[in-house]
Design a protein around this ligand. Sequence first.
Ligand code: ZN
Length: 145
Amino acid sequence: MIFIEFAEFEIEKVIMARADHDADIVEFITDLAKTEEIEAGIFTAMGALKNARLGYYDQEVHEYQELKIDEHCEIASCVGNISILEGEPFVHSHAVLSYEDGETVAGHLNAGRVFASEIHVQVVDGPKVERKHDNVTDLSLWKFG
Ligand code: ZN
């Protein structure tokens, strides 16, 4: 039997924000979610970072490996969502970053020092989206209330 975890939402509003120079992009989006009381949303971001920390989840040992990016890069693409983890808004973000020569690196975005960035958040209205520990993956995955 296949059990599909899903729920339907309406777009409540769209927030466009400019992240501060030198802010951490993940912290910025998290602070925005807390300030605007966003419990569920999806976002995209673009711009440039001074450095970044990407994650890669090792599916065998159930741990994140960290990839340190200490070069200036473009945010070629950044997508993510906001849901609730342990009662607080939690940002889950992935990014494709590009270097001067156009080469790219990508992964789970843990952190990134902003040079300049534009963030677009679609706040959604619907069931509560909470992250709960999943025994199979050892990750905090969505449960819809
Ligand atoms: Zn991820």
